[in-house]
Design a protein around this ligand. Structure first.
Ligand code: HEC
Length: 231
């Protein structure tokens, strides 16, 4: 882009120099030259507009960019799940499930911040039945969770469900991505139907309006939700 701007500037200043020089030539000759130089300038202007439009599209919702963003979001989601599961398992073994509640409420946001800040993404988790009120879904997230639920009803496996969109968020064009989270074995300790007394007490103390108990293995627990501003 900078190369083109420089080229544009040089051609313009050459044109002005030539026009001054050509005042001594015949009027017809200089008229031809002027038309030629005008055409060059117009062609360059057109080229610059074309490049500007293409690069704008790449920064926004061109199909190539959406594919690249979707891949990036998938990778971040995978890394998040892996890190969180590892932290959960490690802590349950080392300190027991009641103490692991701290891991969940402290580690999850920390992972979200560290993964997200590397690439300007905002990462979090949401659900229709939330434990932490801060994880409440916004209208787009609620709609996607409903879509996931109806696809599951029709027999789709929970694991592969994802959805993307480019929508306005906080007044800015934004790429959004959601991926369904199934309930695994390790999750049942704190989200299942039979939660041990000490774990249930710890959860109820910290989250008095908890709605995230009573799940069975394989059900839809919620979703990872990611977004990135496009400009
Ligand atoms: C040791 C207990 C514990 C285990 C095990 C656990 N969670 Fe959680 N989970 C929590 C707590 C506590 C929160 C609230 C975290 C917060 O404050 O942000 C939570 C929040 C969530 C949320 C965010 C939405 C909400 O309800 O606030 C999702 C999604 C979630 N858990 C899914 C899972 C999945 C999937 C697993 C298994 C891989 C799992 N959890 C295992 C305790 C646990």
């Amino acid at each position: 882009m900078q190369v083109l701007i420089d080229l544009y500037r040089n051609v313009l200043s050459d044109n002005i120099k030539n026009i001054t020089k050509n005042t001594k030539r015949s009027i017809v000759q200089s008229h031809h030259l002027l038309v030629k130089q005008c055409l060059t300038t117009m062609l360059l202007t057109f080229l610059m507009c074309l490049i500007a439009t293409t690069s704008w599209a790449q920064n926004n919702n061109s199909p190539e960019n959406i594919t690249a963003l979707t891949l990036e979001a998938r990778q971040l989601t995978k890394a998040y799940m892996k890190t969180l599961k590892k932290a959960l398992r490690g802590s349950i073994i080392a300190s027991g499930p009641a103490a692991t509640i701290n891991v969940c409420s402290v580690s999850a946001p920390a992972i979200e911040r560290s993964l997200g800040s590397q690439h300007n993404w905002q990462i979090s988790r949401t659900s229709t039945r939330i434990r932490n009120p801060n994880n409440r879904p916004d209208p787009w997230e609620r709609r996607v969770l409903q879509n996931f639920a109806s696809k599951i009803k029709q027999g789709a496996p929970v694991k592969g469900l994802e959805e993307t969109a480019v929508i306005n968020l906080n007044g800015r064009p934004t790429f959004r991505y959601m991926k369904a989270i199934p309930v695994g074995n390790v999750c049942l300790t704190c989200h299942g139907r039979k939660i041990s007394g000490s774990v249930a007490t710890a959860i109820n103390d910290r989250y008095p309006s908890d709605q995230a108990k009573g799940y069975r293995r394989g059900e839809l627990r919620g979703a990872f939700t990611l977004y990135k501003y496009l400009n």
